[in-house]
Design a protein around this ligand. Structure first.
Ligand code: GLA
Length: 411
């Protein structure tokens, strides 16, 4: 009796609760340190929507390894919306769709792990997911235990059907539930930016979407029935102002999953990839790896560009100049180096003529500076993987419409 009372008191002191006679300690705050560089992987949504199954996942995992993508850094395989049945079971648990996943979700997670990769799932803070499957609202701790038992590594948590609830509270509850369940899981907030997760998301998750959904086009707005739009990558790139200071190691602004290999031209795919690298966005491929062209694979596995994205300083780049459709974007890198991308967003070819010594770049948010009048950098073209001179001489090149040239300036 005395011991029971003592346990009760102790659990009260540690804000614990009882579960099946055991002390069940409630934890709070995200798992720290799970995403010190922007997460890289693959997600099913952009190509397959809810048409997913275990064969697709296994083939994707196999190709991720065989193609060299895993070696280049892609390690998460994330199943988006549509992996469940439309109802929870009698215990209130989520049910992986037995037709899509006849061997069971645990076997699939184990398969992906056996390839040296990590596994992610999707759900939603609302009553239902965006595609109408059971949402987590009211089941946060139960679902977190379900994911921990499956041994998954990543949870994307969406924002459909959330009328009347507070975003910060809803995401914090799920974050605490994951922490309490005891398995380190990267928590990926998919709130689209309306509630400004960059202002409160750092203790809650490792990345947060900053926009509505991406669409495979350069700069279009794609309107859907029901009054919502998805966005070309240039639209997302410029949708939010002044939020780069909120992004960094373990708390990334997420510009949405990649559309490389999904219908855009080769140069647009290059530009999309380069800009996601410049912005230190998570790099989550969204194409069908089984049908990927050599060019698509070469873009996705460009080691030099990936190194810009994964640079340990973890600083999001910014636009430095824009003139007549020709822009320069810059990103401070570790060791005093910089990445600079020339981006031609106009419809015609342009001539670049960049005189370094008349330029001095100042990063007002993080305090980095590159003064080309007083210091000289070596230059490497990251698409050609070639060093070619220094900032003593002006950089001159032709650049096609919608194309990019990305250079690394080495101090
Ligand atoms: C939302 C998200 C997408 C995707 C779908 C799934 O639109 O923003 O990334 O997860 O839901 O229904």
């Amino acid at each position: 009796m005395k011991r029971k009372l003592f346990t009760l008191l102790l659990s009260g002191l540690t804000f614990g609760a009882f579960s099946q006679g055991n002390v069940y300690k409630l934890e709070s705050g995200k798992y720290e340190g799970l995403a010190m560089t922007p997460p890289m992987g693959w997600n099913s949504w952009n190509t397959f929507e809810t048409n997913i199954d275990e064969k697709l996942v296994k083939e994707t995992a196999d190709i991720m390894v065989a193609s060299g993508m895993a070696a280049a850094g892609y390690n998460y395989i994330v199943l988006d919306d549509g992996w469940m049945t439309k109802e929870r079971n009698a215990n209130g648990d989520l049910v992986p769709d037995p037709i899509k996943f006849p061997s069971g979700m645990k076997a699939l997670v184990d398969y992906v792990h056996s390839k040296g990769l990590k596994f992610g799932l999707y759900n939603c803070a609302g009553t239902h997911t965006c595609a109408g499957y059971p949402g987590t609202r009211g089941f946060e701790y139960q679902d977190a235990r379900f994911y921990a038992n499956l041994n998954i590594d990543f949870l994307k948590y969406d924002w459909c059907n959330t009328e009347g609830i507070n975003a910060k509270e809803a995401y914090t509850t799920m974050s605490n539930a994951l922490k309490t369940a005891g398995k380190p899981i990267v928590f990926s907030l998919c709130e689209w930016g309306g509630n400004e997760p960059w202002n409160w998301g750092k203790p809650v998750g490792s990345l947060w979407r900053i926009s509505g959904d991406i669409y495979p086009c350069f700069d279009c707005e794609h309107k859907h029935e029901g009054n919502w739009s998805s966005w070309g990558f240039m639209k997302i790139l410029e949708m939010r102002k002044d939020i780069r200071k909120f992004s960094g190691p373990d708390h990334w602004n997420d510009f949405d999953m990649l559309e490389v290999g999904n219908d855009m031209s080769y140069v647009e795919d290059k530009s999309h990839f380069a800009m996601w690298c410049m912005m230190a966005s998570p790099l989550i491929a969204g194409n069908d790896l089984r049908k990927m062209s050599k060019e698509t694979l070469a873009i996705l596995t460009n080691k030099e560009l990936i190194a810009v994205n994964q640079d340990k300083l973890g600083i999001q780049g910014f636009k430095y100049t824009a003139e007549d459709g020709l822009e320069t974007w810059v990103k401070p890198l570790s060791d005093g180096n910089w990445a600079i991308t020339f981006l031609n967003r106009s419809d015609s070819e342009k001539q670049i003529n960049f005189d370094w010594k008349n330029n001095s770049i100042k990063d007002a948010d993080f305090g980095y500076e590159a003064d080309f009048a007083n210091s000289i950098y070596r230059i490497k073209d990251l698409w050609k993987n070639k060093e070619f001179g220094t900032t003593k001489k002006s950089f001159k090149a032709k650049i096609q419409s919608h194309d990019v040239i990305t250079l690394k300036l080495i101090k």
